[in-house]
Design a protein around this ligand. Structure first.
Ligand SMILES: *[C@@H]1O[C@H](CO)[C@@H](O)[C@H](O)[C@H]1NC(C)=O
Ligand SMILES: *[C@@H]1O[C@H](CO)[C@@H](O)[C@H](O)[C@H]1NC(C)=O
Ligand SMILES: *[C@@H]1O[C@H](CO)[C@@H](O)[C@H](O)[C@H]1NC(C)=O
Length: 359
């Protein structure tokens, strides 16, 4: 037995003996809430923000389409990261999603703009020192998809022997593509000395950065406004239609359109997990003792793996590769580059900090 224990292990011993944290928990900096985005959901989007914890109930972990053995039982937000040892895990729906189980649809915010009964946001604070603090507002939806209604452009880009109006007459209005169980999107607000400087809006595999001063403010006050697109939940700074090529869906640029409008307004701060992130140690610390944090280290996927061609649920538009009806579930907050140099994630694209509002 070692006679000289390190301070850390002594502290751990004292802490485990008395069961109480030794240091007082930090308070959430007020600007984290004061300048938090307000999110306009798309009026007709059936897929609303969802409870993060509840995603574990109707799903089970699979690797390569096979249920894993050795997963914690029960699987909870306090032990989800144990799955990391079991392979590239997909939290896979117990139900056939084509039967539209109710849990896919989440919770519409109430009159107070709260997703009542659903903790559907994780707010993660990364203090870089010297007054610079990045705050991530991570939004969770149980299902995401892309509704493709621009049939005309499909016709213009492929050599297809039919005609647009003929297909319309047969009742084709559009296609759901890129459906996936689990959907994570986010904003990041960068603060300097408690004052917001810039905001990142995630959109599919990339997004847009704006100066805080130029974005729309909720009720002309201080909270940035965000428009969440129909089905895809990509986040935009202005409402209307947005032309964006979706990575992994290989149609020519400009053909894909996201739709946003000022539907129900969601205040993500009202039902959220608040967590501090230390980049050097990769440690998450909750601001409140009831907030689970282990799940933030889960590196697997929050939905089913992309169904293979042989799965009867899988389809493509007119056989075009890259228009799969179902794609794989996304990874979680841990995979969103929580320690950024620029406001944008480092993904090979230029980081343009926009000084005017654009779609
Ligand atoms: C998982 O977490 C729950 C409580 O949150 C606990 O009851 C259970 O024992 C944990 N399982 C493992 C294997 O950690
Ligand atoms: C929004 O998505 C739904 C499917 O969830 C679709 O039925 C509807 O047509 C879409 N609206 C627009 C404007 O694309
Ligand atoms: C986190 O970002 C800061 C820049 O603000 C950098 O100096 C530091 O090395 C990064 N830490 C890690 C672990 O990457």
């Amino acid at each position: 037995m070692h006679l000289i224990a390190s301070t850390a292990s002594l502290l751990a011993l004292v802490s485990s003996t008395f069961g109480a944290p030794l240091t007082k928990r930090e308070a959430i900096p007020s600007y984290v809430v004061d300048y938090a985005p307000m999110v306009y959901l798309y009026s007709a989007d059936p897929y609303r923000p969802a409870d993060i914890k509840s995603q574990l109930d109707p799903t089970h972990p699979e690797v390569d389409f096979t249920a894993v053995s050795g997963a914690p039982d029960p699987l909870t937000l306090d032990n989800l990261s144990k799955l990391n040892n079991l392979g590239d895990v997909y939290l896979t729906s117990d139900d056939n999603v084509e039967t539209n189980p109710a849990w896919l649809y989440g919770v519409t915010p109430n009159d107070d703009h709260k997703t009542d009964g659903a903790v559907s946001c994780a707010i993660i604070v990364n203090d870089h020192g010297a007054g610079q603090v990045d705050v991530f507002y991570m939004y969770f939806y149980a299902f995401g998809m892309f509704y493709f209604d621009d049939l005309r452009s499909i016709y213009s880009c492929i050599d297809f022997g039919g005609d647009f109006f003929g297909l319309k007459a047969l009742g084709f209005d559009g296609f759901n593509i890129g459906n996936h169980v689990g959907d994570w999107e986010h904003n990041m607000v960068r603060f300097q000395d408690g004052k917001p400087q810039a905001i990142w809006y995630s959109q599919h595999a990339n997004g847009e950065a704006f100066k805080y001063s130029v974005v729309e403010k909720y009720e002309n006050a201080i909270r940035p406004v965000v428009y969440s697109a129909n089905g895809s939940h990509a986040n935009y700074a202005i409402k209307g239609d947005h032309d964006h090529a979706i990575p992994n869906i290989n149609l020519p640029q400009g053909l894909i359109e996201d739709h946003t409008d000022a539907g129900p307004i969601w205040d993500p701060t009202l039902s959220a997990f608040y967590v501090k992130y230390d980049a050097d140690s990769s440690i998450f610390t909750a601001y409140d003792e009831n907030t689970p944090i282990d799940w933030l280290k889960f590196t697997g996927h929050w939905g089913d793996q992309q169904y293979p061609k042989s799965d009867s649920r899988q389809e493509t538009i007119l056989g075009i590769d890259g228009t799969q009806k179902y794609t794989g579930g996304p990874t979680g907050p841990e995979d969103k580059q929580l320690n950024r140099t620029k406001v944008c994630p480092d993904n090979g694209n230029d980081c343009i900090l926009r000084s005017i509002l654009v779609p």
